[in-house]
Unconditional design. Structure first.
Length: 395
């Protein structure tokens, strides 16, 4: 499942690292090329709920394999896209299985460990996505001078097929472990404010990172003055920050999710404000990129934990909507950052947009914290030896 996450992470983030090349070869502006990021994100937002509801009765293992195969075919179409319109459509279709895959994978991972370790199990699966930002994205940025960006998406398609084979070979059959749910139960579960509030908070607050990261490569080129190798190294540093934050976030989510959420959004806003004023300095730019990634990736495991708690016995749709919310943040951040550029603001303006989105996420964390505290006060003691799946069956 982590290999699948690696493939999806590479496809999702690689477009941001090669955006100038895609714009140049497609004959569009940088802001217009940013729509390729938004198209993928919109696919995730729509595909996560629709595919999850449509497949509630499908066993998780064959579902994961089918979603990976879909992902591979869509990325192959991107590689062969004859024009920018086809490219946008293929990015949309590549995004459709994203949320459903991660939603199913999260439920499978959480079902196989004890209740108090479920956030760490999910962060283990998600580590494939963050490792993609260390290896897949920087390598792609480094090779873009020698190879067409089309070959990068062809490689991503091949990686999707490898992931499907790996899932077939290694993921256990969870029939009898995960209780099948009804579509109506899944839909009913997400009407709870304990599910809706984390989704809205993630969709807004996490957009701060995407507003900056979408345009990071041109900022590093033109403002910081970096060459191809230095940019690839900086993108790898970003991936290291994401990976470290994901690991730390898993532990924080299991121990103190609300305190971690407040700390994360506060730090994201402070770091990005620093970046806005210091991107001309290479050392400070690299430090800022690392800290932005570290603080931002803390949010993911925390939100996933809160969603699993809120949805409880019908977690699949809520878990997939977690990724829909974060890709809505992706679309919003990329669009708002591009909007700032299109009205003639400086190339670093998207970073300032990110500060505003992080502060909005911080404000939304207040009612989320209140709902969590009310639920915790009414919650019975959970036996720590039970797995998440066993707890769901017991309830």
């Amino acid at each position: 499942m982590s290999i699948g996450a690696f493939g999806i992470g590479t496809a999702e983030f690689v477009i941001m690292g090669i955006l100038p090349q895609v714009a140049a070869s497609s004959g569009v502006s940088l802001a217009e090329a940013g729509l390729a990021v938004s198209a993928y994100a919109i696919g995730v937002v729509l595909g996560a709920p629709l595919l999850t509801v449509a497949t509630t009765r499908v066993p998780r293992k064959p579902l994961l394999i089918a979603l990976m195969a879909w992902f591979a075919v869509a990325n192959l179409v991107t590689a062969a896209a004859p024009d920018f319109g086809t490219l946008l459509a293929s990015r949309f279709f590549a995004g459709l299985p994203h949320g459903a895959f991660f939603g199913a994978a999260a439920v499978v991972g959480a079902s196989l460990v004890s209740y108090e370790r479920r956030a760490r199990a999910i962060s283990g699966i998600m580590s494939g996505l963050t490792v993609a930002t260390i290896i897949g994205v920087p390598v792609s940025a480094l090779l873009i001078g020698q190879f067409s960006w089309r070959w990068i998406f062809a490689a991503v398609a091949a990686l999707g097929l490898v992931a499907a084979a790996a899932i077939w070979a290694t993921v256990p059959d969870t029939r009898g472990v995960i209780v099948p749910t009804k579509a109506a139960d899944e839909i009913r579960a997400i009407r709870s404010k304990r599910v809706l509030l984390p989704l809205v908070t993630g969709a807004v607050g996490f957009g701060g990172m995407f507003a900056a990261y979408t345009y990071l490569t041109p900022i590093l080129e033109e403002v910081t003055g970096m060459g191809t190798v230095a940019i690839a190294i900086t993108l790898a540093v970003f991936g290291l920050g994401l990976t470290a934050g994901n690991i730390v976030g898993g532990h924080v989510a299991d121990r103190a999710p609300i305190q971690g959420l407040f700390a994360s959004f506060t730090t994201i806003a402070a770091v990005m404000l620093m970046m806005f004023f210091t991107m001309a300095n290479p050392a400070l730019a690299i430090a800022g990129v690392f800290l932005m990634a570290l603080s931002s990736s803390l949010v993911g495991p925390i939100m996933q934990r809160l969603l699993l708690d809120g949805a409880h016995a019908a977690p699949s749709l809520a878990s997939s909507l977690h990724h829909a919310a974060f890709n809505l943040a992706n679309a919003n951040g990329a669009w708002l950052g591009g909007l700032a550029l299109s009205v003639g603001l400086s190339l670093t303006a998207p970073i300032l947009v990110g500060v505003g989105l992080a502060l909005a996420g911080l404000a939304l964390s207040v009612p989320l914290a209140r709902a969590h505290a009310e639920a915790e006060a009414a919650m019975p003691v959970v036996p720590s030896h039970l797995t998440t799946a066993e707890l769901a069956r017991a309830s």
